[in-house]
Design a protein around this ligand. Structure first.
Ligand code: UDP
Length: 465
């Protein structure tokens, strides 16, 4: 790797949620490999997340400001994982109070950053970038269809008010969704609430940024990348995904404990492409009724499976969330394996025995499945998951939807049938492999994502203070 951009100083401003941070860390790692000087803006409790990056690149500096807080957040909360998705808006608004201190910090630097690369939830940063006279570049750890929809929604929100479903006629293929399936960050918007005004203004400001970087790739999202280029009126709309393919130090996990040995020795005994991996991301818990229907459905499907079931606290059990029913693990012994707690997802998906992934379709899970060439069986629940599922199922015809909704309880017999059919469908297998090949091509020399990453490096490298 070249170090030709030595000294060109970039400020990275991540949003404190796992799904947002990891892909931005991967991009940061790439910039460091190209010799940029990097400062990461962070609040105290989130500093340890950056340890793996800093130990690989000791030159990285952190700019640590105390989290300004927000009246609706419990004291000490600085990361979405501590409060769930309801924490997004107050954390965005809380962080926006850092604008003044950041401005002061810029003024005091002898070699200040020449650009700010910030998460798309922190759109208020553009104002700040303009005040200090540097380009503000938005990083979207998500796909271009989702962002196209968000652009349309924030722009036309009054026209869509009260509609039971929304059809996005200005977008390629006119995707349409029932209201409840629109992105949660839009559905939760509260009129005349100053916190939500900051969120909305931030999203609108993103459209005026100097450039935008997406964790997606052309073959998956080209129509919507094209739409956004037109919408933004310039070509600085880059797709560099799947960025997890080029990887970074933030992604190394500890996957060598006893539990993981059990998983991989179990998988090693399974025939090629015979196992369904079932997991719903880092946050979602299933209710008792959902867990019961899912486990019966898995049993009825006749398919080998790994089910990730989070460990519940007593309080979560009281709230109605469910663990796997008693006796289930014994009944499915040999056919199914239950992981209680955190699963080494990327490694499992990459195992030759795994063929399908029953997923909530969080964007990271989607990209990880694509990279592994594994068929996605979608059960979208909230956030951007319905949009991601539309892209895969309705637009690409490369996945199936087996259930939908955060509170829905599938009919177990029907679920079992759908799983069985999907897992034995050769056409889907072929499409999954084709998408994997396209993703691999995108990040190779000459591929669209590699070219875009090179363009970003070149564009940033030309900036001088
Ligand atoms: N993940 C994992 N093990 C688990 C649960 C989640 O490794 O037991 C990882 C998964 O590989 C992915 C991320 O956590 O990288 C989840 O991100 P996604 O966007 O799919 O869903 P979210 O957690 O944001 O709902």
């Amino acid at each position: 790797m070249s170090s030709s951009k030595n000294g060109v100083h970039i400020l990275i401003f991540p949003f404190p949620a796992q799904g947002h941070i990891l892909p931005l860390l991967d991009l940061t790692h790439q910039l460091l490999l190209h010799g940029f000087k990097i400062t990461i803006l962070v609040t105290p409790k989130n500093v340890p997340i950056f340890d793996p990056l800093i130990s690989t690149h000791p030159s990285v500096e952190t700019l640590v400001f105390p989290f300004p807080g927000h009246p609706s957040l419990p004291a000490g909360v600085e990361n979405v994982k501590d409060v769930g998705n309801s924490g997004n808006a107050p954390i965005i608004a809380g962080l926006s109070k850092l604008s003044g201190p950041i401005l002061e910090w810029f003024k005091a630097q002898s070699n200040p950053p020449v650009a700010i690369v910030y998460d798309f939830f922190l759109g208020w940063t553009l104002d700040l970038a303009q005040q200090v006279g540097v380009p503000g570049i938005v990083f979207y750890g998500v796909g271009a269809l989702l962002v196209s929809i968000l652009v349309d929604l924030w722009k036309n929100m009054w026209a869509y008010k009260g509609l039971g479903f929304v059809e996005f006629n200005g977008l390629p293929k006119s995707p349409r969704f029932v209201r409840e399936h629109l992105p949660s960050v839009f559905l939760k918007f509260k009129e005349d609430d100053p916190t939500w005004e900051i969120v909305r203004n931030g999203f609108i400001a993103n459209g005026r940024s100097f450039g935008s970087i997406f964790n997606t790739f052309e073959a998956l999202d080209s129509e919507y990348l094209g739409f956004l280029k037109k919408e933004m009126g310039h070509e600085r709309v880059y797709s560099i995904g799947p960025i997890n393919l080029v990887g970074g130090p933030g992604r190394t996990g500890k996957f060598d404990d006893g539990a993981n040995e059990k998983i991989f020795s179990w998988l090693n005994e399974c025939p090629n492409e015979s196992v369904l991996y079932v997991a719903f991301g880092s946050q979602k818990l299933l209710t008792k009724a959902q867990m019961e229907a899912l486990t019966i459905g898995l049993e009825k499907s006749g398919v080998r499976f790994i089910l990730v079931a989070k460990q519940l606290t007593a309080q979560q059990e009281e709230q109605g969330f469910g663990s796997v029913p008693k006796g289930f693990e014994e009944r499915v012994l040999g056919k199914g394996l239950v992981i209680k707690g955190w699963a080494p997802q990327v490694e499992i998906l990459g195992h030759r025995a795994v063929n399908g992934f029953l997923s909530h379709c969080g964007w990271n899970s989607v990209l990880e499945a694509i990279v592994a060439g594994v068929l996605i069986l979608g059960w979208p629940m909230e956030a951007d998951q319905f949009i991601n599922t539309w892209l895969l199922v309705d637009n690409m015809k490369a996945s199936v939807r087996v259930c939908e909704g955060s509170d829905s309880v599938p009919d177990p017999i029907e679920l079992g049938r759908k799983i069985n059919e999907a897992m034995s469908n050769d056409l889907f297998k072929e499409r999954a492999k084709k998408m994997r090949d396209e993703a691999l091509e995108a990040v190779k020399i000459g591929g669209g994502s590699k070219n875009d990453l090179d363009s970003i490096v070149k564009e940033l490298g030309q900036l001088r203070s």
